[in-house]
Design a protein around this ligand. Sequence first.
Ligand code: PLP
Ligand code: COI
Length: 367
Amino acid sequence: MTTETALPDFTIAPNLQPMAEDARLKAFENLGFGTLFTDHMAVILWDADKGWHSAEIKARGPFSIDPAASVLHYAQEIFEGMKAYRAPDDRILLFRPEENARRFARSAERMAMPEIPEALFLKAVEELVKIDAKWVPEGEGSLYLRPFMFASETFLGVRPSRQYIFCVIASPVGPYFKGGGKPVTLWVSEDFTRAGPGGTGAAKCGGNYAGSLLAQAEATRRGCDQVVFLDAAEHRWVEELGGMNVFFVMDDGTVVTPPLSGTILPGITRASIIKLCGENGLNVVERPYSFDEWKADAQSGKLREAFACGTAAVIAAIGTVRHAGGEFVIGNAGTGLQTETLRTQLTSIQRGQAPDAHGWVKTVDLG
Ligand code: PLP
Ligand code: COI
């Protein structure tokens, strides 16, 4: 539940030393993921006595926090990932931002943190996009937005912090994977798991990602782009990738995706794809799908396509799957028709190049 108290006003203090125009445009020529940042950030503080206060837009820069700040010890931290796109008519669009706000509130609840009201979350994001609007690239790029919140109280006791910092930073990005739109190769981790029943798998908390890094490093060592996690209880059911959900397209037009069982992140891209698949006449089934079934379906040809999806990666075809016992290829290891169609449909809506029949897109008021 979000509380409907009056929202604090933002103090706006523009960066007096923004990046030079020519340096920015040069950096735009070769955008990767998460290395370049805009001139500003949004910051809002919370403490147990005052609630949300001191909302600011200011120059992006370091925080000063005490070495005993509880986030540094007990990892009370959550985040979101969303994007702003430049439409052909130069409007700047956000894709389903209220879904990110709601998921952020659910993550906060799970991590015993205060919920930021949806309207305040959205205002922080929009104020940042507004002041850094020139950082939203044209063409294939987008402005990746990273709202996050962490426990800032100076205290080593193990209980929820009584102080938090909420912040939004922004990073112009190109493709998430180095290969651009090429099909990705996955490593199935049969030893490490990401989340167990009753754990934090459905929350977007930093700790989930810390726990995935060793498995991801193993994937990289095996020449793979991403790790696939199986369930913690049986090491049998496909759950999701380190930072993406996964879909399987069968030869009869059925599309299978693991259910939201509490151990995977409820992806906003995932929910949007389920909707688009239905409209495309595909039959989406949210059900447990085992690694054995995956291997057998790829081998028999029943599985035609598979793809990973998320805000950062959008939709990435899965070409090859490696595991301790060998590897297999999906379809002809290329990008299948359904994957390509969904990618075009989704990105066209996100970028304002196609009608937004679902009301998914929000125009940022740059006024
Ligand atoms: N699963 C994980 C673990 C993620 O980190 C992400 C990315 O945010 C997703 C799935 C996809 O979620 P979304 O589509 O909302 O970006
Ligand atoms: C996203 O897609 O927004 C993610 O958070 C995935 C990854 C960059 C952590």
